[in-house]
Write a protein that binds this ligand. Structure first.
Ligand SMILES: *[C@@H]1O[C@H](CO)[C@@H](O)[C@H](O)[C@H]1NC(C)=O
Ligand SMILES: *[C@@H]1O[C@H](CO)[C@@H](O)[C@H](O)[C@H]1NC(C)=O
Ligand SMILES: *[C@@H]1O[C@H](CO)[C@@H](O)[C@H](O)[C@H]1NC(C)=O
Ligand SMILES: *[C@@H]1O[C@H](CO)[C@@H](O)[C@H](O)[C@H]1NC(C)=O
Length: 450
């Protein structure tokens, strides 16, 4: 089943027919659901798409007088998931960059419902990701996604979306296949994925299955050169951390051991991961603020997991098949703590960044992803987990995201910010207030671009 999702602009009627066929193929059970969606949305698509396309192809004209641009307050991170009958712009067939463990389609996940939602900010329209426009905007630019396996998950989603227009070429990988770099030749865009799960210097000890064999040796005040060495060569980057700070670790500062987390019998002070995360992020932010960097630096908050009835290691699963209702998703205690520290450290840095003329913005995808318990591989991190035995007990992944899946919409949001920035539309610095706070990346409304 080969579907060219990107051909829609050429022949939308054909496209809608294909989607219809795909929906029927996917599952008989959910058929009625999709018919209902198409009845509601196909007409919307037909009436709105031609104008939208014209606008996008025309390169939106920038009004002469910027003062007259109507400013519409819109928090891109506050919204809901709404049905999206057109589904993802790529599939497991059209993208070669999907990691086996997150290739839910290939691995046999049968319910396709999780593919047919899109993020809708409450107070404005979010244009769907437009790969060609994004690539044109990024001509001769260098991007990097820096962090842990969620950043890797994210970079694969981005590569898949961009590959609908230009074929990416892998141009670099480190000895362990952890950090990689790709090049989009027609646009001379470079995209790197920098493996740096702590952002600070860490010696990690694990066996080939990724199981820890000793505490991590973590230097809280020394940034990881994996990212700081290329930092100034980047035009755009997302930086993030999170889950890895929960691990057992010995903490160093100023080259001396200061304490640890989870190290019984070592006669060291238990400082806790909160101490370490705060310190590490403080040094990261301090570096960014004083870096005189001229590009755009996104700090992305950590992402939530949805293990139920247990955790990763003791049989937790994520059986939900649709997004949570707005405001109904409950953040887990550990997520809340990590997230709280991230917002606090970002808050402190963001005022300073403005002073130093550094473009630091927050990507707060917590709500967007918290409401997608249905978007994880679950048992489908393995190829056909139930092929041999229907009741097989398999390891679930309720932390990473299926590709295609909800994580694709991080790119829709990022594109919207980048497009508006590139047109010099006023974007206010992100502001966060309180812990159940709302973080806003306020953007002005762009006439025609939606
Ligand atoms: C893609 O997924 C489908 C099931 O949705 C499967 O039949 C097909 O073999 C997969 N193709 C690849 C290349 O992974
Ligand atoms: C490609 O982009 C890089 C910056 O990312 C730039 O240094 C280089 O000169 C560009 N190459 C060409 C052929 O324009
Ligand atoms: C890195 O990936 C390549 C190609 O998939 C593989 O041949 C090689 O063994 C991998 N290296 C390591 C250290 O895993
Ligand atoms: C534990 O550390 C303290 C302070 O460093 C030291 O005084 C004490 O002797 C140590 N105890 C053991 C059993 O090593």
């Amino acid at each position: 089943m080969i579907v060219k999702w990107n051909s829609w602009s050429l022949n939308k009627h054909h496209h809608i027919l294909i989607k219809f066929a795909v929906a029927i193929l996917f599952s008989g059970l959910t058929f009625r659901l999709y018919v209902a969606h198409y009845n509601g949305f196909a007409s919307d698509l037909q009436s709105s798409m031609p104008e939208k396309d014209q606008v996008l192809e025309q390169n939106v004209a920038i009004p002469e007088n910027k003062e007259q641009i109507p400013i519409e307050k819109c928090d891109l991170f506050k919204g809901d998931w709404i049905p999206n009958p057109s589904g993802p712009i790529y599939t497991n067939e059209s993208c070669r960059w999907i990691e086996e463990h997150q290739n839910c389609m290939k691995n046999g996940r049968l319910d396709p419902g999780y593919l047919y939602w899109k993020w809708k900010p409450r107070d404005c329209e979010l244009p769907l990701f437009h790969a060609k426009r994004f690539l044109e905007l990024m001509r001769n630019k260098a991007w990097a996604l820096i962090g842990d396996s969620i950043s890797r998950n994210h970079v694969q989603s981005l590569l898949c979306m961009l590959s609908t227009v230009d074929r990416a070429v892998e141009v670099y990988r480190d000895g362990e296949n952890k950090s990689k770099r790709w090049h989009f030749p027609s646009y001379n865009l470079t995209v790197s994925n920098i493996w740096s799960p702590f952002l600070v210097t860490a010696a990690i000890f694990e066996d080939i299955n990724g199981v820890s064999t000793a505490e991590v040796q973590l230097h809280l005040d020394k940034l990881d050169k994996a990212w700081t060495d290329i930092y100034q060569s980047l035009d755009y980057m997302t930086i993030s951390a999170g889950q890895w700070f929960l691990r057992a670790a010995i903490y160093h500062e100023n080259d001396a051991i200061v304490g640890c987390h989870l190290c019984p019998g070592k006669n060291l002070t238990e400082l806790g991961f909160v101490y370490a995360y705060r310190k590490a992020l403080h040094y990261v932010m301090d570096f960014i603020v004083k870096s005189k960097h001229k590009g755009l630096i996104f700090f992305r908050t950590s992402t939530p997991d949805h293990f139920e009835n247990g955790e990763w290691h003791n049989g937790g699963t994520c059986p939900k098949m649709s997004p949570s209702k707005a405001g109904k998703a409950e953040m887990k205690e550990l997520s809340k703590i990590l997230y709280g520290i991230e917002l606090e450290e970002f808050d402190k840095a963001s005022a300073k960044a403005a002073e130093y003329d550094v473009n630091l913005m927050l990507l707060d995808f917590m709500n967007l992803l918290l409401s997608r318990p249905d978007g994880h591989p679950g048992p489908y991190r393995q190829f056909r987990p139930f092929a041999e035995k229907k009741a097989a007990v398999v390891q679930n992944d309720c932390l990473h995201w299926c590709i295609p899946g909800p994580i694709d919409f991080l790119n829709d949001v990022i594109m919207d910010i980048v497009v508006k920035k590139s047109l010099h539309y006023p974007i206010r610095r992100s502001v966060c207030v309180g812990i159940s706070r709302s973080c806003e990346a306020e953007t002005s409304h762009l006439p025609g671009y939606n």
